[in-house]
Write a protein that binds this ligand. Structure first.
Ligand SMILES: [Zn+2]
Length: 85
């Protein structure tokens, strides 16, 4: 049996090909959907706005950006974001 360290919670978990343990993966799916839905419905919103409305941490939203799941508008000072897919 081989293990990975979850990149969200830092716990060991059975290697599954994902970067996250099952617990974080399930939580992440729900949180990402909330963020994605909000961004689709409010084009041009800011990270702070999404975080305030959805209750999902700014750190988590920036992780989505770093993972290429949500895009930042580099030209905007307000860092407008939109989902990739
Ligand atoms: Zn985890």
């Amino acid at each position: 049996m081989s293990y990975d360290i979850c990149s969200i919670c830092g716990r060991f978990f059975d290697k599954s090909g994902r970067n996250y343990c099952d617990e974080c993966y399930e939580k992440d799916k729900v949180e990402y959907k909330a963020v994605r839905d909000y961004v689709i419905q409010h084009k041009g919103c800011t990270v702070m706005e999404v975080s305030t409305i959805t209750g999902i941490s700014v750190k988590t939203i920036y992780r989505y950006i770093n993972e290429g799941r949500i895009e930042i508008d580099e030209k905007s000072h307000n860092k407008l974001i939109r989902p990739i897919d």
